[in-house]
Design a protein around this ligand. Structure first.
Ligand SMILES: [Zn+2]
Length: 346
């Protein structure tokens, strides 16, 4: 018999287990991590979906609101506002700030005025992305470190003006490792070599964690939501230590139920211990063909103790199965909705 290539192996589990997914989440959900604009969909996002139809689909999944995290400001922000306005406030935008003038004499003023105008309008938080450390550069051409003086005004003014920052730092550890037989995202990185950051001139994974921690320590009065389980869903003990050390830190679970669901006992303890600091996010985009199925897996993961089922990112992240963590209603209510409502004053 010929040997199979790894991408030809699709075993079908013969386990016979029930599916106990509830028909709807047990509380209305605020998904505070989605993308409805140009960041992931491209500049033609306006033609890619019907806003009212999207809101209707998402409401049917049990969502009360979806926050669209976007690298928009100025005209691009107004354009997205117009696009999403058709859904009567169902979508909330967390815009970003233009840092291309970093280090120039007017930069601090620009930061202050942009954030002030956000604070004085309906903006409830701002979005910063991984491009800061992965592709932006400091004025001297070096890596734009999160703990550098260059970015300090953004964090300081956001804190002063009471605008929480949702920030995506780095990427999963395997994206910073060579892609070979021992890389657990081998197939993913083979399909998407552009997702690898294993190359000179880009800080490694450990350096990202170090920058992130210093950023939290340097700005204790700024509220941070560090996306994707604090950038390190593979090591919940470390994330737990950060949450204990930095009261200004919060995390979302966006696009990481693949990781949480393969360590269900550890994840359950983590979610319960830090139930006041964890927010529901999914990384939803309108490209997701079956929003009902997508959110149902999140509900199944959070609410049931079902075993060995597919996660929604299996097609491009790890191909393993996950297990539910069966959280109690009091914890679910906070994670699904109350923490976001309170933190962002939604
Ligand atoms: Zn995202």
């Amino acid at each position: 018999m010929r040997r199979l290539y790894v991408d030809e192996f699709h075993p079908v589990a013969q386990l016979r287990l029930g599916n106990h997914t509830p028909v709807a989440p047990c509380f209305p959900v605020i998904d505070m991590h989605g993308h409805m604009g140009p960041m992931l969909l491209g500049e033609d996002y306006g033609e890619r979906y019907d806003t009212a139809r999207q809101a209707e689909l998402l409401r049917a999944c049990g969502l009360e609101k979806l926050v669209s995290l976007e690298l928009v400001w100025g005209e691009s922000y107004r354009r997205l506002q117009n696009k999403l306005a058709e859904a009567d406030g169902f979508f909330q935008i967390f815009p970003s700030i233009d840092v291309s003038g970093i280090g120039s004499p007017g930069f601090e003023k620009h930061v202050y005025h942009t954030l002030l105008s956000y604070r004085n309008s309906e903006v409830r938080g701002i979005k910063l992305w991984k491009n800061l450390t992965l592709s932006c550069r400091a004025p001297d051409g070096s890596v734009l470190r999160l703990d550098s003086k260059w970015l300090a005004p953004v964090f300081a003014y956001a804190g002063e003006l009471g605008l929480p920052i949702v920030i995506h730092v780095g990427d999963p550890p395997p994206f910073f490792q060579p892609n070979g037989p021992d890389n657990e995202y081998y197939q993913c990185l083979t399909q998407h070599p552009e997702w690898s950051f294993y190359r000179p001139g880009i800080p490694g994974f450990a350096e990202h964690l170090e920058m992130q921690e210093k950023m939290l320590a340097n700005h204790p009065d700024t509220v941070f939501v560090i996306a994707h389980v604090g950038s390190y869903s593979e090591d919940l003990q470390t994330v737990s230590r950060w949450l204990q050390t930095y009261p200004n830190m919060h995390v979302d679970i966006a696009a990481r139920i693949d990781q949480l669901g393969r360590q269900p006992y550890t994840a359950r303890d983590f979610l319960i211990r830090h139930q006041d600091r964890i927010l529901f996010g999914s990384d939803y985009t309108p490209d997701i063909a079956d929003p009902g199925g997508f959110y149902a897996i999140h509900t199944r993961f959070l609410e049931t103790t079902d075993e060995y089922f597919d996660h929604p990112f299996a097609g491009f992240l790890g191909g393993w199965k996950i297990y539910g963590v069966g959280l109690a209603e009091g914890v679910l209510r906070k994670i699904y909705r109350d923490n976001a409502k309170q933190l962002f004053n939604l």
